[in-house]
Design a protein around this ligand. Structure first.
Ligand code: TRP
Length: 331
């Protein structure tokens, strides 16, 4: 079985874009591979969260993933900071990670631009920590989005460099696991093509949203004046409403509103009402589980402990071997 590793940023609650993106893939992969999914809380320290925010966001991500069906009996689910071996490998890899190559990483350059007052060493060495996350379990595959491919390239560089330096064939090259093109892209309610929390909170439908919140957000979604002639191409915001409907509604419903659009009879108010009700039905089971799990600290503790034990087993084996290769030997 192939080893799959992926990190989840502790950004709090998940929205439909997250669900139809990474999460659905995780759900499928967890039964077909030896998966390690962890919450990347060390990484999140680059932005200096308060202790309460840090803990709250880790908890909410864990709860959301479990509520959506991530199965702790199938995948190893853990919190990154429960595995101190990762930081040891990070330190060791940093000795052979060069300032120039780290400075050239696109995500780092972006941070220099967006947060010039907080360009810390953690940001510069973000790719080294991510490489450590991946190669500590000798991952074959890493399911990541396009924005992470350069980081993964660095992981391969660091793995190969270690092998070359110590003349060993120890680390393997991790490759990106692409989510596939057939994935449904979830647009925002604000006319943007991608549902994104950082752009606009109100453009997102969260898995834990109440029926009331969903109705309110959907009714406020951007549309247009309506078509003026039959079979007119749709404006982006209108296309978005249809795409959301495609993701959560019955095919008949979608066809019905498409026909109304194409014959210039559509009333967006009606369409939004239908879409809101279908979103409520779609998210209801998630919301129920989220509420249940949020109150069940004993269960969350059990999941995190069990995950940490399994991850530590794999990580400490690698660290033991790496230390031996490097020359840290007992007297
Ligand atoms: N950098 C990833 C992101 O921003 C999160 C992450 C951290 C990760 N470590 C990882 C992803 C290891 C895959 C493998 O989404």
């Amino acid at each position: 079985m192939e080893i799959v590793v992926s990190g989840i940023r502790p950004t709090g609650d998940l929205h439909l874009g997250n669900y139809f993106g990474a999460l659905k893939n995780f759900l499928k992969m967890q039964y077909e591979n030896n998966c390690y999914f962890f919450i990347a809380d060390y990484h999140s320290l680059t932005t200096h969260p308060t202790p309460a925010d840090l803990h709250g966001n880790v908890k909410r991500v864990l709860v959301n993933y479990l509520a959506a069906g991530l199965d702790p009996e199938a995948a190893c689910i853990y919190v990154q900071s429960d595995i101190p071996q990762v930081t040891e490998l990070y330190l060791l890899l940093n000795m052979n990670a060069y300032k120039g190559e780290l400075e050239r990483v696109a995500s780092f350059k972006e941070k220099i631009r967006t947060q010039p007052d907080n360009v810390n060493a953690g940001l510069l060495t973000y790719p080294t920590l991510m490489a450590a996350d991946v190669i500590i379990h000798k991952a074959h595959k890493v399911p990541v989005g396009k924005d992470q491919e350069q980081h993964l390239e660095m992981a391969r560089t660091f793995a190969n460099r270690f092998n070359r330096l110590y003349k060993v064939d120890y680390f393997i090259e991790p490759v990106a696991y692409n989510f596939g093109e057939e994935l449904i892209k979830i647009p925002g309610l604000d006319g943007s093509t991608k549902m994104s929390k950082s752009d606009n909170e109100n453009s997102c439908i969260y898995l834990g949203d109440s029926a009331e919140a969903i109705r309110k957000k959907v009714m406020k979604a951007v549309s247009d004046q309506g078509p003026t002639e039959p079979n007119q191409p749709k404006a982006q915001a209108v296309e978005n409403l249809f795409n959301l409907m495609k993701a959560v509604s019955a095919e008949d419903t979608l066809n019905h509103f498409n026909d109304l659009y194409n014959t210039c009879q559509i009333r967006y108010g009606d369409m939004k009402k239908q879409l809101a009700e279908d979103l409520v039905i779609f998210t209801a089971p998630f919301r129920e589980r989220i509420l249940e799990l949020s109150d069940d600290n004993a269960y969350l503790h059990k999941v995190a402990t069990q995950g940490a034990e399994k991850a530590r087993e794999s990580a400490s084996k690698t660290i033991k071997e790496v230390r031996e290769i490097i020359g840290f030997r007992a007297f």
